[in-house]
Design a protein around this ligand. Structure first.
Ligand code: ADP
Ligand code: ADP
Length: 228
C-alpha cells in the first residue's frame, strides 16, 4: 500500500532527518511511528503526501510513485490531521467538515449526510453542533472535528501527526477511544505519529520505533512488549 524504498531526507542546512528508510505499510493497517523528538517522524509523514520533497529514494502508494500522482488527487486521497487543528473560524462546523467534499463538488444532500454521519460517529450531536462556529467548541471537540474532517471525503489513507498530544488527559483518552472505534469501522490505512508509547500500544497494529532518522525496530505491540 505505502512503500518506502531507500527514502532519505536531508534539509538544506545539512540535517539528515531520515536516513535510507525501507518499509511497507499494509492496506488497512494502523501504523504508528514512535520515537524521541527530532528522530524524523514528522518528516517521514510529510513526505507521504508530498508536503516535503524526498532527497533520495522513492515512496510508492498502491505501487505507483507518489510523484506520478496529480498533486490534488494525491492530497484529496490522503486525510491529514495535525496536532493543532486549524478549523476555519468563520465557517460552521458542518462547513468545516465538508471542505474537501465541497472541492470535489459532491451534491449538497450527500455532503450534509456525510457530515452528520461523522459527527454522530464521534458522539457530537449534529442537531446541536452542525451550525456552531469553531470557537463555540472545546479544544477536545475541535480536535474531534479535525479528525472527522480528514475522513470526510473517504480518503484511502489518513496521516495523523500527534493529533491528541495538545489535549488534556481526559479528552485525549476519549479521542483515543473514538479512534479505536473509527479504526474498527473504517479499516483505513492510517499512519500515526506519537511520542507516547501508551498511545502507540493502545492504537497500533504495528509500531515502528525510530531514532536519529533510522528504524530501530518494527513490530506488533505484542512483539515489542515481549521482545523489547
Ligand atoms: P520528529 O517529528 O520526530 O520530532 P522531525 O521530522 O520534525 O522529527 O525532525 C527531524 C530532524 O530534522 C530534527 O533534527 C529537526 O530539527 C530537523 N528538521 C525538521 N524540519 C526541518 C527543517 N525544515 N529544516 C531543517 N531541519 C529540520
Ligand atoms: P511538529 O510538531 O510537527 O513536530 P515542529 O515543531 O518540529 O513540528 O516543527 C514545526 C515546523 O518547523 C515544521 O514545518 C518543521 O519543518 C520546521 N522545523 C522543525 N525543526 C526545524 C529546524 N531545525 N530548522 C528549521 N525548521 C525546522
Amino acid at each position: 500500500m505505502i512503500k518506502f524504498e531507500n527514502v532519505s531526507k536531508r534539509y538544506e542546512d545539512g540535517t539528515v532527518a531520515v536516513n535510507s528508510l525501507n518499509l511497507e505499510i499494509k492496506q488497512g493497517e494502523f501504523f504508528v511511528f514512535i520515537g524521541p523528538s527530532g528522530c524524523g517522524k514528522t518528516t517521514t509523514l510529510k513526505m507521504i503526501n508530498r508536503l516535503i520533497p524526498l532527497s533520495d529514494g522513492t515512496i510508492f502508494i498502491d505501487g505507483k510513485k507518489i510523484n506520478a500522482y496529480d498533486i490534488h488527487e494525491l492530497r484529496w486521497n490522503i486525510g491529514y490531521v495535525l496536532q493543532q487543528i486549524a478549523l476555519f473560524p468563520h465557517m460552521t462546523i458542518e462547513q468545516n467538515i465538508t471542505v474537501v467534499p465541497e472541492m470535489k463538488k459532491w451534491p449538497k444532500e450527500k455532503m450534509k449526510q456525510r457530515a452528520y454521519e461523522l459527527m454522530n460517529m464521534v458522539g457530537l450531536d449534529p442537531e446541536n453542533y452542525a451550525d456552531r462556529k469553531p470557537n463555540e467548541l472545546s479544544g477536545g471537540e475541535q480536535q474531534r472535528i479535525g479528525v472527522i474532517r480528514a475522513l470526510a471525503a473517504d480518503p484511502e489513507i489518513i496521516l495523523m501527526d500527534e493529533p491528541f498530544s495538545a489535549l488534556d488527559p481526559i479528552s485525549r483518552e476519549k479521542l483515543q477511544d473514538d479512534m479505536i472505534d473509527l479504526k474498527r469501522n473504517l479499516k483505513k490505512t492510517t499512519v500515526f505519529v506519537t511520542h507516547d508509547m501508551q498511545e502507540a500500544l493502545k492504537l497500533a497494529d504495528r509500531i515502528c520505533m525510530m531514532k536519529d532518522g533510522e528504524i530501530v525496530q518494527v513490530g506488533t505491540p505484542q512483539e515489542l512488549v515481549t521482545n523489547p
